[in-house]
Design a protein around this ligand. Structure first.
Ligand code: 13P
Ligand code: SF4
Length: 319
């Protein structure tokens, strides 16, 4: 804790000296989330991270999250310096949607409107008509479907099929998945609910259909945190990265938070409800980038200009 206090103090000083602000996701280490708030930055879902970074007057944005979040910040504020604690912090959705294959996929549906999840590379975003996050996907697709658009959706097939079920939109889905959420198990979840019939179930829509089907609330990380704070239930079963409990505990003190069961239950699960890439962000790696200026996100002005159009469309729609 002594070391930790010293690291936090040094990070705070460096942020001030460099006119920097720390923007963190709810899945990062609790110490980073709290430090972001203590130093005038924010902890948020991916939609709010994008908005906060683009509206904040800082010269340097330090993005604690995964790579697409840093890239989105750089695309929206190309003139700002964007640093990330670890440039290897990627996302299974982004990794499994390479631009060459994705462009071919789009070319085979020339009549379709291309909607991509924010969890993608700058190149994939630049090939899209709309970027969405889980917090805004439903109203945007509803809007597009009402205008008679057929939709290409990439890369998360679980979120895509959830959006399809909810909106009735005509959609073709890219076969991607999140390695964290696809491990939630529906039969074990049914069992857990039987043990806690008073509980509400909160589910992120990157989870499999049979898990979503049991949810009382389905939504983005921000939506799930709000639900935890406002629902009358004293017990909540939560199917998303468990580091979200940090903010839930702050906003819903006294409530009992239970982890939804995952594949293998502890011994053999791959992610065990913790995104390995989000976990690469630490006080040490954050301090190192502020000390050295390493790990700057680069997106060329030309690519940023193309990728900004569909992201800006989302932000304007969300207003
Ligand atoms: P949110 O937009 O809900 O924060 O989700 C981002 C993400 O990566 C979920 O796995
Ligand atoms: Fe990607 Fe899943 Fe990690 Fe979110 S939790 S960053 S979707 S791998």
């Amino acid at each position: 804790p002594e070391d930790e206090r010293a690291m936090k103090a040094r990070i705070t000083t460096l942020l001030k000296e460099q006119n920097g602000v720390l923007v963190a996701h709810y899945y990062t280490d609790a110490r980073l989330q709290d430090l972001a708030e203590e130093t005038g930055g924010c902890v948020a879902d991916s939609l709010e991270m994008a908005r906060f970074g683009s509206e904040h007057p800082a010269d340097t944005l330090v993005v604690a999250g995964v790579r697409f979040m840093g890239e989105t910040a750089k695309i929206l504020s190309n003139e700002k310096r964007v640093l990330m604690p670890d440039l290897n912090a990627t996302c299974s959705l982004d990794e499994n949607c390479p631009i060459e294959d994705f462009a071919r996929f789009c070319d085979s549906y020339p009549e379709h409107t291309v909607v991509v999840y924010a969890n993608t590379s700058a190149e994939v975003k630049a090939r899209s008509d709309w970027v969405v996050t889980s917090g805004i996907a439903l109203p945007i697709v509803k809007h597009l479907a009402a205008q008679g658009n057929k939709i290409i959706w990439a890369p998360d097939r679980y979120l895509g099929s959830y959006v399809q079920r909810e909106t009735g939109a005509d959609m073709v889905l890219w076969p991607g998945s999140c390695i964290v959420h696809e491990e939630f198990r529906s039969i074990a979840l049914q069992r857990l609910r039987r043990l806690h019939p008073e509980a509400a179930i909160l589910v992120h829509p990157e989870s499999p259909e049979a898990v979503i089907a049991q949810a009382d609330v389905v939504g983005s990380t921000t939506a799930l945190i709000k639900a935890a704070a406002t629902l009358p239930n004293d017990t909540l079963i939560v199917a998303t990265d468990k580091r979200i409990f940090n903010k839930m505990r702050q906003l819903a003190p006294g409530k009992r938070l239970l982890e939804a069961p995952t594949e293998g239950e502890g011994a053999t699960c791959l992610s065990c409800a913790r995104c390995p890439w989000m976990g690469m962000n630490s006080l040490q790696s954050l301090l190192a980038v502020l000390e050295t200026g390493a790990n700057e996100i680069q997106v060329s002005a030309e690519l940023a200009a193309r990728a900004r159009i569909p992201i800006q469309r989302m932000l304007d729609f969300a207003r």
